[in-house]
Design a protein around this ligand. Structure first.
Ligand code: IFM
Length: 471
């Protein structure tokens, strides 16, 4: 198995297998990944795995509503059952532990733990308490995201993230969670990928709640970031020993030509995907280029908001998946120009590990106060099949190795990256793409809920075992 994997690594990425870019799973004195304190784990999110959407007092979320709307999700799939993790959490944690994974990043379903009047729902809370206690018993580091897109529908009915009040409701929810769960969580992330919540949810409507207006997107983003900024001091007060941060998805944009217009287009792509979130968090201001791209979309910002948003962070979570090649759209924006002959995943996303390294090293020079980084998601979808009890996810093995090699390069270039979480622990509900796209390192048969560990997970487990024995 290890030989097959190495062969795939060589075939798919000749550049990486030569010179200084060694296979990161091969023991090497100077590899950062072989440091004992480089955390290697896996991630999931509540709506994508839990199911049990109307059990034990859970309220509807915007994703229940959206996925029940015809035409919004491929094949009409919903998260009603998903991986049935709400009932299978114990064996799922056993599986995580048996792979030797050192960290688990999960999210809490807000509609499961709080009622519409802001009162705790004990049954929902107990689910997360049991789970977090079990992780602690197993010595697995827990990263808990408070908001991974499943907004309670009753808040959306009052305007959702377009309503400033939602930011204050999020602070209340954070207060409850951090009082109830203090001491069981190693690291709290306020939001997962505010870009997706704001842009896909309110800008182009591909995600719940399905609204499509650039002005809505910038206002929703402002309220999301405000919610984050209000939550950070609450977490500090209630659970001082934990780390506090936020998770941002980042995108690499490259120019289709050397022309000034295309170079500018690539810059604007990264402003829209990265600086829109990172500048307010780390510089206390929105990038003005954003409003050149989307004239007239400046959000309503009240006095003090920018200071609130720029609350100091203990860590920044980075989710990276692909690169986008762009050209000028002839006006003040950019258009995608998909490259031909490049490697792609089941999502159609281009595999481009260098983008991760380049963005990380770029952030180090752009943001003087860049906090320590965890790669909180990285992975790929493939059309995996169980054959004779095994899943040979060769492309994923190659993908993981190349991205881990890119992380190692960034660390060597001086970026403080402290860990890496595979997306995802198991196949799950991939939002608007339903169950067709498989991101897991563990395969899920949705008709039986049988889990099958893929070759990629076996390889990571082998690496972790060897590292444990060595360091
Ligand atoms: O499945 C998602 C996850 O919920 C957020 N980040 C990207 C993943 C793959 O699309």
């Amino acid at each position: 198995m290890a030989n097959d994997a190495s062969a795939a690594f060589d075939t798919l990425s000749p550049a990486v297998s030569k010179g200084s870019l060694a296979d990161p799973f091969t023991p090497s004195a100077d590899s950062s990944l072989w440091r004992k304190n480089f955390l290697l784990g896996a991630a999931t999110a509540s709506y994508q795995i839990e199911g049990a959407v109307d059990e034990d007092g859970r309220l509807p979320s915007i994703w229940d509503t959206f996925s029940a709307t015809p035409g919004k999700v491929l094949a009409g799939d919903t998260g009603a059952v998903a991986c049935d993790h709400y009932h299978r959490w114990e064996s799922d944690i056993d599986m995580l532990a048996s792979l030797g994974l050192e960290g688990y990043r999960l999210s809490i379903a807000w509609p499961r733990v709080m009622d519409a009047a802001g009162r705790p729902n004990r049954k929902g809370l107990d689910f997360y308490k049991r789970l977090l206690n079990r992780l602690k018993e197993k010595g697995i580091t827990s990263f808990v995201t408070l908001y991974h897109w499943d907004l309670p529908q009753h808040l959306e009915d009052r305007g959702g993230w377009l309503n400033r009040d939602t930011a204050y409701r999020f602070a209340d929810y954070t207060d409850l969670m951090s009082r109830e769960l203090a001491g069981t969580v190693d690291a709290w992330a306020t939001l997962n990928e505010p870009w997706c919540s704001a842009y896909l949810g309110y800008g182009n409507g591909h995600h719940a709640p399905g609204l499509a207006n650039d002005r809505f997107a910038t206002q929703a983003m402002h309220h999301l970031l405000l919610a984050h900024g209000l939550a950070i001091p609450v977490l500090r007060g209630n659970d001082p020993a934990s780390q506090k941060g936020i998770v941002a998805n980042i995108g690499r944009g490259t120019a289709n030509s050397d022309s000034a217009a295309d170079q500018r287009a690539a810059h604007l792509f990264e402003v829209q995907h990265n600086a829109w979130i990172l500048d307010p968090l780390l510089k206390g201001e929105y990038p003005q280029d954003l409003f050149e791209l989307w004239p007239g979309t400046e959000p309503l910002v009240l006095d003090g908001d920018t200071q609130t948003i720029a609350a100091p962070l203990d860590f920044l979570g980075i989710n990276y998946y692909f690169r986008t090649n762009v050209a000028s759209d002839g006006a003040h924006g950019f258009r995608d120009v998909p490259l031909e002959g490049v490697e792609r995943t089941q999502m159609g996303w281009e595999v481009h590990p260098d983008g991760l390294r380049d963005l990380l090293t770029g952030f180090r020079s752009t943001y003087r106060n860049l906090p320590p980084i965890y790669i909180t998601e990285n992975g790929m979808a493939s059309d995996d099949k169980v054959i004779d009890g095994h899943v040979d996810d060769t492309q994923r093995i190659s993908f993981l190795k190349r991205h881990l090699a890119a992380v190692d390069q960034a660390i060597k270039a001086g970026v403080d990256v402290r860990g890496y979480f595979l997306w995802s622990l198991m196949d799950n509900f991939e939002w608007a793409f339903g169950y067709e796209r498989r991101f897991g390192v563990v395969h899920v048969d949705y008709s039986t809920q049988k889990r099958t560990v893929k070759r990629s997970a076996e390889l990571v487990a082998k690496f972790l075992k060897e590292r444990k024995a060595k360091v």
